[in-house]
Ligand binder design. Structure first.
Ligand SMILES: [Zn+2]
Length: 102
């Protein structure tokens, strides 16, 4: 399961086309909220389950996406946060909308 195309739609969604024909979309706010990096995880732990983070525009704008090996992508946010590595399986599991791309 590998993404063949990743793009940002309407500055609001990350759209991923997968090599099995599936297309998934995730809201950038959720993508940021579910950032798997150690910094974000400890922040979530400190604040507990009821914590609702409020993000600035820069924190929800992707400046760059790069591939990490054959298993993940790294997302660079405009506020400088770049430690989030999203494994493909994880990226697919946190999706908000799915379709067959047709
Ligand atoms: Zn993070």
């Amino acid at each position: 399961m590998t993404p063949i195309k990743i793009s940002v739609l309407e500055k609001k969604y990350l759209s991923v086309s997968w090599n099995d024909g599936m297309e998934t979309k995730i809201k950038l706010a959720n993508l940021r909220k579910k950032c798997p990096c150690a910094i974000c995880n400890s922040e979530k732990k400190e604040n507990g389950d009821k914590y609702i983070p409020i993000y600035t525009n820069d924190q929800l704008t992707i400046s760059e996406i790069s591939k990490v090996g054959k298993y993940a992508i790294a997302v660079y946010w405009k506020d400088g946060h770049n430690t989030g590595i999203y494994e493909f399986g994880y990226l697919r599991s946190i999706t908000d909308l799915t379709g067959d791309g047709k």
